[in-house]
Design a protein around this ligand. Structure first.
Ligand SMILES: [Zn+2]
Length: 302
């Protein structure tokens, strides 16, 4: 059984607090593997590089432990869609409400201990579809600025459209200054999603000042640059198709992240018939798993 706090790393120097969250969705193990490896890499670094300096602190928090245990997106409901005051005050009985309270307590304790300033929250995910990595910044300028150094496509405006995400809750907190960012590392079971998660986290640590560039190998940049080279550098949210459990939603097969879509193209079916695209654009996160409330998203390159 995984623990809520997977581990942490510090050398006691002043710097930012970087909280990485993994496994908010239980079928997304790449983030768990990646950050477990990264903590080991950091522990070993001083052996090969005695000059290695780390500023601030990295803490890794795991999200939906019961869902991770059974490798499913969630047990009763999506842990990353229920973060709002109503649910904090009056949580339901479903497994995920307990997971939300426990995850929130762990993260809130870190924020309080740190004093509320110079805090970054990097939420790590993977997708059911193949074909792309991307960053979802919040609307805050610091979030976009960090994203722009990380060598992956940036999708603006999408975080604002999703209700009840953890990242939105922390970005909007008034009692602390927290920069939030989501990274999607590729397909759930692609072994390279682990490498890309490590690379993105290391790039983030460099940008926010946990590590100095001289201590970082170029291969971490190169891995993400190579994977992103045919993808748009930046795109914005156009449309989200949100579904209810009784919609009988079925995505048409074969779509990959960032595939071009024509207006009028049939993308999926549900009990009301075919679902046609209302726009020309690119598709993002087409749903190829039984659990989930987001059918697909459309974006356009900027
Ligand atoms: Zn996810």
């Amino acid at each position: 059984m995984l623990k809520r706090t997977l581990g942490d790393y510090t050398q006691g120097r002043r710097g930012p607090l970087l909280i990485c969250t993994v496994g908010l969705h239980g079928n997304e193990w790449a983030g768990v593997h990646a950050l477990t490896l990264l903590l080991e890499i950091l522990q070993d670094e001083l052996v090969t590089n005695p000059q290695f300096k780390f500023y601030g602190k990295l803490v890794v928090i795991a999200g939906n432990l019961p869902a991770l245990n059974v490798k499913q997106r969630f047990v009763n409901c999506d842990l990353n869609r229920i973060w709002n005051q109503r649910n904090f005050d009056n949580p339901g009985n479903e497994v995920e409400f307990g997971e939300m309270i426990n995850t929130k307590e762990a993260v809130d304790a870190l924020i309080l201990e740190w004093g509320g300033d110079n805090i970054y929250l990097l939420d790590l995910h993977t997708t059911t579809a193949e074909g792309g990595i991307f960053l979802l910044p919040t609307s805050e300028s610091e979030s976009i600025a960090v994203a722009q150094t990380m060598h992956a496509p940036i999708i603006t405006g999408l975080v604002e459209k999703l209700n009840g995400t953890m990242i939105k809750h922390y970005a909007e907190r008034k009692d602390a200054s927290i920069t939030g960012l989501v990274f999607e590392a590729g397909q759930h079971d692609d072994p390279l999603s682990v490498n890309r998660t490590i690379a993105a986290t290391i790039n983030c640590m460099r940008t926010i000042g946990c590590v100095v560039p001289e201590d970082i190998e170029n291969r971490f940049d190169q891995l993400l640059i190579d994977y992103s080279k045919d993808l748009p550098a930046m795109a914005r949210f156009l449309y989200g198709h949100f579904i209810a459990p009784d919609d009988e939603f079925v995505m048409n097969p074969g779509y990959r992240n960032f595939d071009p879509i024509r207006k009028g193209e049939i993308l999926a079916h549900d009990r009301y018939g075919p679902i046609r695209s209302k726009y020309d654009g690119l598709i993002l996160m087409p749903l190829y798993q039984t659990k989930g409330e987001d059918g697909f998203f459309l974006i356009e390159e900027i």
